[in-house]
Design a protein around this ligand. Structure first.
Ligand code: FAD
Ligand code: NDP
Length: 426
């Protein structure tokens, strides 16, 4: 049994949805494109799962957040794929790939061949077991990567009104889920090994602002330690989280967000890997010229920094998806992917954006005791990164623009004095 397509997208997440829209915009013919996904639903905006999806009232549910609504573009329902002659193979995993033969073998036993393959397999959540802790398959321990996880999380939240939760991990999932749990009237304790939350991006000063806000909403922080084991009741439910510092926290539920691993397994030994992802060039093409990679799984050259990076954020997934379609369908008209890293989060009523790279000296501006403040990163005499909490659209556009320009900064004091005004007037 087998089918052949000109273009196959492996994975049906954010990048797949945005690539599909771009294929249609660029005039892909009926029947040429196939998307294979082990998820049971058409591509959707994954960021909604830790935000609108978890709200106690008027929660976001499919089909409202199928891609590409997150970028104010068309919402691609299963009907849309059908109307455009795109074969959407859902609920079907790919269990092996042969890049020499240009074939994929699915879990249903079908062989699908391609001329061009776009790998958009994203990543999987790291499990506590990988850190030597067992029991994370208990019914009240939740991870959050896909819609099945999100449905499960909602059920667990509803099963313990006003209960106690421990959130393991102080990264994006930890911060966003903690906020959503509080909104659901769950008492939250966050546990993470670093000195402050969002350690890879935030400075201590920035982290402090968010931690103080979280505390004002009732969140407890246990920092500088990790969990060592769970206690269970006779039904196998977790009743307590034991920490390495010797303390114990009683719980009705646990949420774990301790990072991800890109889904590269199908291609190990077949494609060059770097930084945990599939290494691609500026055309997003891997070490095999028929295979491209986008989104979380791709390690691509970030021109502005002169090095290869793997970015785990939705804007990068959307833009790399758009670029790869141009690179494949219009190679002569398409230059190298020139991407400015962009990360953001929305928690409670707070909202921040970050552009560029967080290296070098940090110059703060604005009022850190108020609702709007920010920071610039200056490295080797150039502004390379910018952060802003509580900005408006024009202000966010301004910090994006100034970071892309990488202006020379001679006087740090003057930059501090001008603050956000510097970005707005550049
Ligand atoms: P994914 O969206 O993960 O899609 C990968 C797809 O491939 C999945 O459908 C998966 O099931 C499928 N797949 C994998 N292996 C196989 C296989 N062998 N066979 C078939 N199918 C396969 N980023 C932000 O910038 N801002 C945010 O606010 C934000 N919020 C987030 C909230 C949550 C809860 C999560 C989990 C992530 C969030 N992110 C956010 C990150 C963002 O969602 C990812 O960067 C983005 O989804 C990456 O897109 P992708 O297409 O590369 O991977
Ligand atoms: P992150 O990498 O953001 O954070 C993981 C956190 O867990 C880090 O602080 C990490 O510390 C910590 N950690 C690692 N091991 C342990 C452990 N054993 N016990 C306690 N803490 C530990 O990953 P997340 O899981 O939060 O997010 C998963 C993915 O989802 C990421 O790709 C993220 O970008 C994406 N996402 C993005 C959002 C956004 O952009 N707004 C929102 C939600 C998810 P250390 O740094 O020391 O390893």
């Amino acid at each position: 049994m087998g089918r052949a397509f000109v273009y196959v997208i492996l994975g049906g997440g954010v990048a797949a949805g945005y690539a599909a829209l771009e294929f249609v915009k660029k005039g892909v013919s009926y029947g040429e494109l196939c998307i294979i996904s082990d998820e049971p639903v058409a591509p959707y905006e994954r960021p909604a799962l830790s935000k609108g999806f978890l709200l106690p009232e008027a929660a976001a549910r499919l089909p409202s957040f199928h891609t590409c609504v997150g970028a104010n573009e068309e919402r691609l329902t299963p009907k849309w794929y059908k109307e455009h002659g795109i074969e959407l193979v859902l609920g079907t995993g790919v269990k092996s790939a042969d890049v020499k033969r240009k074939t994929l073998l699915t879990t249903t036993g079908e062989t699908i061949s391609y001329k061009f393959l776009i790998v958009a397999t994203g990543a999987r959540a790291l499990k506590l077991e990988e850190f030597g802790v067992s029991g994370s398959d208990a019914e009240n321990v939740c991870y959050l990567r896909d819609i099945a996880d999100a449905n499960r999380l909602v059920n667990v939240i509803q099963s313990c009104p006003e209960g106690n939760a421990v959130v393991i991990g102080g990264g994006y999932i930890g911060m966003e889920c903690a906020a959503s749990l509080v909104i659901n009237k769950i008492n939250v304790t966050m546990v993470f090994p670093e000195e402050h939350c969002m350690a890879r991006l935030f400075t201590t000063k920035i982290a402090n602002y968010y931690e103080e806000y979280y505390k004002s909403r009732g969140v407890n922080f246990v920092k500088g330690t990790v969990m060592s084991s769970f206690d269970f009741d006779s039904n196998g439910k977790v009743t307590a989280v034991n920490l390495r510092d010797g303390s114990t926290l009683s719980v009705e539920m646990v949420v774990v967000g301790i990072g991800i691993r890109p889904n590269t397994g199908l291609f190990e030994g077949q494609l060059t890997l770097e930084k945990g992802g599939i290494k691609v060039n500026g055309m997003l093409q891997s070490s095999n010229s028929s295979v491209y990679a986008i989104g979380d799984v791709a390690a691509f050259p970030v021109k502005a920094f002169g090095e290869t990076r793997r970015l785990e954020h939705v804007d990068s997934a959307r833009k790399s998806a758009k670029h790869v379609v141009a690179a494949i369908m219009e190679p002569d008209k398409t230059g190298e992917f020139d991407y400015l890293p962009f990360f953001y989060s929305r928690i409670f009523t707070l909202s921040w954006q970050f552009y560029g790279d967080n290296v070098g000296e940090v110059i703060y501006y604005g009022d850190m005791s108020g609702s709007a403040f920010g920071a610039y990163w200056v490295s080797k005499g150039h502004l390379v990164g910018a952060f802003l909490e509580g900005g408006n659209r024009e202000e966010y556009e301004a910090i994006a623009k100034v970071t892309r320009l990488r202006p020379a900064i001679e006087d740090l004091t003057e930059l501090e004095r001008q603050g956000l005004g510097y970005a707005v007037t550049v």
